[in-house]
Design a protein around this ligand. Structure first.
Ligand code: DAH
Length: 341
C-alpha cells in the first residue's frame, strides 16, 4: 500500500488531534497530548522532517498546511489550558469540601425559658393559666385592688397613661380581678405577662418587665397553703436546698401581706454581692386576699379565703443564670442570647 500522501497525513493528524483534545479534562492528559502532537519528537515535528523527501512544489504546499496545523494545535492546547485554569479558579470559589456557613437556629429567649419553667411548676401544682390585657383601666389596675385615688401605693407604680383613666398595667395583679369577675370560686390560676412602669433603665430597672401573678381562692385556704406553694416553687426552680422566708409587708390588696425571700442561690446563704451580704434575695410580695377585693368582685367574704402572690420573671432569670444587668434581656444582642440553648 503506498504511503498516504502528506496532505492526507496532515488531515488525519488534525482529525485525531481534535477528537483526542475534546476528551481531555485535566492538565496532565493535556500535557501528554501536547508532547504527542506538538512536542520535539511529536507527530507534527515528524512530518516537518519528512518535508525534505518531497519535490519543491509539494514541499511548499505541504509546508504551508503543516504550519497551519501546528498553529491550530498550539492554539487549541492554549485554549484548553486556559479553560482549565478558569475552572480551577471557580473550583476554589465553590470548594464543596469547605464547611458550610452555619445558619443559626433560633433559640428561646432566656425570659421565655424561665417562663416555661415557672408555668410547668405551677401546672404540676394544679394551677391553670389566665391572661389579661396589657392596656388596663385604672379601675382594674388600682381601684378594684383596693388602691383608691390618692393612695400612696399609686406613686410607687407610676406608669404610662394612654388616656386619663387608661394605663399600661403596672403589675399582673389586675388579672386577679378579671378572673374573679368571670368565674365563681374555686380559683387557682397564674397570670404571666408583660408589665410597665415609668422607670429609668439601669442594671435592675426596666420600663418593660414581666411578672407572674398567682391566685388561689376556695373555702378554707390559709397562709400555710401559700407557704407550701412558694416552697415547692423555690425547690422546683433552684433545688431543694433553697429556703424561703416571709417578712411582714403591706399591699392594699392583701391582708396580711408579706414579702418573700429565697436563700441566696449564689452564696448558699453565706452572704455575697447579689444578696448584699444578707444571705437572702427578695422575690416579690404575697398575702391573703383582702376581703375588700372580694367585695369588688362579689365573692362571699364569709365563705371564701384566698392567697395571692407575685413574682418578677427577670429577677428569677437573673438569679438562675447569674445575669448582672436587666437591660441585657431587651438589647437583642446575639452574643448574649446565644448563651441560652
Ligand atoms: N403586684 C405587686 C407588685 O407588682 C406584687 C404582689 C404583691 C402581687 C402581693 C400579689 C401580692 O399578688 O399578693 O409589686
Amino acid at each position: 500500500m503506498p504511503a498516504p500522501s502528506m496532505i492526507q497525513q496532515i488531515t488525519d493528524i488534525r482529525r485525531d488531534f481534535e477528537a483526542e483534545c475534546a476528551k481531555i479534562h485535566d492538565n496532565r492528559s493535556l500535557e501528554q497530548l501536547r508532547i504527542r502532537y506538538a512536542g520535539r519528537k511529536g507527530k507534527v515535528a515528524e512530518l516537518f522532517k519528512s518535508l525534505g523527501t518531497l519535490n519543491e512544489d509539494d514541499r511548499k504546499n505541504a509546508g504551508r498546511l503543516l504550519n497551519e496545523l501546528k498553529q491550530q494545535i498550539t492554539e487549541s492546547l492554549a485554549a484548553k489550558e486556559k479553560a482549565f485554569s478558569v475552572s480551577v479558579e471557580s473550583e476554589s470559589i465553590l470548594d464543596m469540601t469547605l464547611p458550610g456557613e452555619p445558619r443559626y437556629a433560633g433559640r428561646l429567649h432566656p425570659l421565655n425559658r424561665v417562663l416555661r419553667e415557672i408555668k410547668s411548676c405551677f401546672h404540676h401544682l394544679g394551677f391553670s393559666i389566665a391572661q389579661g390585657p396589657e392596656v388596663e383601666t385604672e379601675y382594674y389596675n388600682f381601684e378594684a385592688l383596693n388602691i383608691p385615688h390618692g393612695h400612696p401605693a399609686r406613686d410607687m407604680q407610676d406608669t404610662f397613661f394612654i388616656e386619663d383613666d387608661i394605663v399600661l398595667r403596672t403589675h399582673t395583679s389586675p388579672v386577679q380581678i378579671h378572673v374573679m369577675e368571670n368565674q365563681p370560686p374555686p380559683v387557682q390560676i397564674i397570670a404571666p405577662g408583660r408589665t410597665f412602669r415609668r422607670d429609668t433603665p439601669d442594671a435592675s430597672h426596666s420600663p418593660v418587665f414581666h411578672q407572674v401573678e398567682g391566685l388561689c381562692v376556695d373555702e378554707g385556704i390559709s397562709f400555710s397553703d401559700l407557704k407550701s406553694v412558694i416552697l415547692s416553687f423555690a425547690h422546683y426552680m433552684f433545688g431543694s436546698d433553697v429556703k424561703i422566708r416571709f417578712r411582714p409587708s403591706f399591699f392594699p390588696f392583701t391582708e396580711p401581706s408579706a414579702e418573700y425571700d429565697f436563700s441566696c442561690v449564689m452564696c448558699k446563704g453565706r452572704g455575697c454581692r447579689v444578696c448584699k451580704g444578707t444571705g437572702w434575695v427578695e422575690i416579690s410580695g404575697a398575702g391573703m386576699v383582702n376581703p375588700a377585693v372580694f367585695r369588688y368582685v362579689g365573692y362571699d367574704t364569709e365563705k371564701y379565703t384566698g392567697y395571692a402572690f407575685g413574682m418578677g420573671v427577670e429577677r428569677l432569670a437573673m438569679l438562675l443564670y447569674e445575669i448582672p444587668d436587666i437591660r441585657l434581656f431587651f438589647e437583642n444582642d446575639v452574643r448574649f442570647l446565644h448563651q441560652f440553648g
